[in-house]
Design a protein around this ligand. Structure first.
Ligand code: DAH
Length: 345
């Protein structure tokens, strides 16, 4: 060495690099690659010549050929990367992209406030061992009234303005209380600890304060030796988780046909709330639910023996609680599906 064959390799290298430098775009680079490294390319031809090289120079020739091959390959790769980068820069300046622009807003669904509060209430009672029991919205007179200690023509029926269906004796439930009978009949004689959330219907004039449909959450506990103290403890625990750990609970005597004695439960409204006076009509106390000890007639209607078990029940309106908590002054907003309202929760 040097000899004619290795000189040819050197020339191949010099020319290859020069031609590579002259390539102006990716297409030219591709053509170059075919010319040098294609099946019929110059590099392959150079390797093919090895047979014609005198024996004692073959190894050197082979080494040199490999060196040239690597040199050309790596130069090609570098040039190709440069071309790609040039192309990217060109497209970035041609279509400038403002990376400081805020991203596109993707609307995300959320839970309706009624669902939110139902879940919250269920969560609080679940922690106290209450299970959720769902029952029907279309009820019979027998369940909605009679089994709850209101025979036909009982004056207390007037407390619930009822939607009747065209089928005699079938109506839309006016409260979740008939669910009590369903759970009892299904569970007796075992003890019960459930809440019964669900939609109720009343044939009332719609106003800011009353809707024809609304949720209730009923509660029922049946077992040996259950007393009013259990009711009070349960309600107090609930009120403090729902409305704040400082809340005081006040119990007033009341009347419901399905409980004896019956009570209404008030909580002291937080002094910090600017709406306190308006909400509580100046008293500082606000009613949150009706409740009582399950009437013996009702226990019997559910299949239990009042000589063996007692129980308590309560019923509350989650929409009313939402209104109190968020100072909502129109109950109709809950079912109007106005997103401006719903998005606030
Ligand atoms: N059902 C009653 C209503 O709709 C609420 C109620 C009061 C439920 C007392 C009860 C209860 O379980 O014990 O007004």
């Amino acid at each position: 060495m040097p000899d004619a064959a290795t000189d040819a390799l050197k020339t191949l290298e010099t020319e290859g690099l020069a031609e590579l430098r002259a390539c102006a775009d990716e297409a030219a680079l591709r053509a170059w690659n075919t010319k040098y490294f294609g099946d019929k390319g110059l590099m392959k031809a150079a390797f093919g010549k090895i047979g014609g090289v005198p024996k004692d120079q073959r190894a050197a020739y082979g080494q040199e050929a490999n060196r040239v091959k690597l040199a050309l390959e790596s130069a090609h790769q570098i040039k190709l990367a440069e071309e790609k980068e040039k192309k990217l820069q060109a497209s970035l300046t041609a279509n400038p992209l403002d990376v400081t622009l805020p991203g596109r807003f993707r609307p995300r669904g959320r839970l309706h406030p009624a669902t939110q509060i139902l879940r919250q209430i269920s969560g609080i009672f679940a922690d106290m061992g209450f299970q959720v029991y769902r029952t029907r919205e279309v009820e019979t007179d027998a369940m909605n009234f009679e089994a709850l200690n209101m025979p036909a023509h009982h004056p207390a029926r007037d407390m619930w303005d009822t939607f009747f269906t065209t089928t005699p004796g079938v109506l839309l439930r006016t409260h979740t209380s008939p669910g009590q009978i369903h759970v009892m009949r299904e569970t007796h004689p075992k003890p019960i600890r459930v809440i019964l959330p669900g939609m109720c219907y009343r044939n009332e004039a719609i106003s800011t304060r009353s809707e024809i449909q609304f949720h209730q959450v009923e509660g029922l506990a049946i077992g040996a030796g259950i007393t009013m103290a259990d009711l009070k403890g349960t309600i107090t625990a609930f009120a403090r988780r729902m409305f704040g750990p400082e809340r005081q609970v006040r119990i007033r005597s009341s009347y419901f046909p399905f409980t004896e004695p019956s009570i209404e439960v008030d909580i002291d409204w937080p002094k910090e709330d600017p709406n306190r006076d308006r909400l509580t009509k100046g008293t500082g106390w606000l009613e949150i639910m009706g409740a009582g000890m399950v009437h013996p007639h009702v226990l019997r209607a559910g299949g239990y023996d009042p000589a063996e078990v007692t129980g308590f029940a309560f019923g509350m309106g989650p929409q009313r609680m939402l209104m109190l908590r968020h100072a909502v002054d129109d109950i109709r907003l809950f079912w109007q599906n106005d997103l401006r309202f719903l998005r606030q929760f």
